[in-house]
Write a protein that binds this ligand. Structure first.
Ligand code: P6P
Length: 346
């Protein structure tokens, strides 16, 4: 038999490179390529597999249902939220690769010292360990979102809030895990976006979506229309524009209640995700540091756009760890059109 079998006969395991192989091949492209960033992605990979196992068993194991406490967001903490948070934090600490961790589930950031009690690690990571947890009890898809910065305070000193409160343009890596019909890790280090699908049978991620880009045009809009009456006039006008029977419209409305899932579908099929301000969420609901910035980095690397309705998300100077911002993200021209309505409809 010739070496070149029929491509489709070759199992993914043989035809697609693994995440590990991809990281090694692209090591030199990582900014400050000292291997630490690769090790961060590797630790995310391990934690994602552990969380994926629990997410898939959530219906069987007693980890469904709120743990009874509330996080700083005032949201009911689901057991899986707490579990995922602990898995990602412990995996990152054990690997001794970051000097600090901030999480949606923790009021304050965590200082991470080396086993020799040093502060010599160069990176901080910010994360939403389990995004869309309201979907847990209804078997909906969930996600993990992460954002990586190089610390800006002197190496060797304890990490400070300054290291976390950096504008999104300083990110050195960002990504998400989507726990859906399949589990994928999608991330960027500033050199394009690549998606890796987990083969749960052997616990290996394979490069299934190389160089991901938004399609030329999009026809999906994702927003919680239950809040319509509370939206700014510009958002109301944009939603009516999406629904009007003219040109390439009406668009399709799709909203899963999980940013990662809505974003992922829109990046593949073309669309826009909006979480505007409303009287119920005067600054919006989504958090700048560990939801909007990482998704904005990925969106821009995939040829899309991410704004707060008026300005680029990644140029916002954060002032507090859990600050919220309005979020418009997706196909470049769709976000631009929404911004036009925001400018008119003040
Ligand atoms: P609402 C999940 O809590 C989340 O942060 C995003 O993942 C999701 O898109 C949004 O909030 C859903 O919020 O108010 O529409 O239920």
């Amino acid at each position: 038999m010739t070496y070149k079998q029929n491509y489709n006969d070759i199992a993914m395991e043989e035809r697609n490179k693994t995440l590990g192989e991809f990281i090694i091949e692209n090591q030199k492209a990582f900014q400050y390529s000292s291997g630490e960033l690769s090790r961060i992605i590797n630790s995310i990979r391990l934690a994602a597999k552990v969380v994926n196992y629990k997410v898939n068993k959530a219906g069987l194991v007693d980890i469904i249902g709120a743990v009874g406490e509330q996080n700083i967001q005032g949201e009911e903490q689901q057991k899986l939220d707490v579990y995922a948070n602990e898995v990602f934090i412990q995996t990152l600490i054990n690997r001794e690769i970051v000097c600090g961790i901030a999480s949606e589930e923790n009021d304050e950031f965590i200082t991470v010292k080396g086993s020799d009690n040093s502060n010599n690690n160069k990176y901080v990571i910010l994360m939403d360990p389990l995004d869309g947890s309201s979907n847990i009890d209804v078997n909906g898809s969930l996600g993990t979102i992460f954002s990586v910065f190089r610390r800006i305070t002197p190496i060797g000193t304890p990490v400070t809030s300054e290291d976390f409160l950096q504008p999104g343009i300083n990110q050195v890596a960002a990504g998400y895990v989507i726990y859906g019909t399949s589990t994928m890790l999608v991330y960027t280090t500033g050199h394009g976006v690549n998606g890796f699908t987990l083969n749960p049978a052997i616990g290996t991620f394979y490069l299934s979506h190389p160089n991901m880009k938004f399609p030329e045009s999009g026809h999906i809009y994702s927003v919680n229309e239950g809040n319509y009456v509370h939206f700014p006039q510009g958002v109301k006008n944009y939603i009516k524009y999406c629904q009007r029977e003219e040109e390439d419209r009406p668009y399709t409305s799709r909203y899963i209640g999980s940013l990662v899932s809505d974003f992922h579908r829109n990046m593949i099929k073309g669309g826009i995700y909006l979480y505007p301000t409303s009287s119920k969420a005067p600054k919006g609901k989504l958090r700048l540091l560990y939801e909007c910035n990482p998704m904005a980095f990925i969106a821009e690397q995939a040829g899309g756009k991410a704004t707060d309705g008026f300005g680029r998300i990644m140029e916002i100077q954060p002032t507090e760890l859990h600050e919220r911002v309005p979020f418009f993200c997706g196909n470049y021209d769709m976000v631009e059109k929404a911004e036009e309505f925001m400018a008119e409809g003040l």
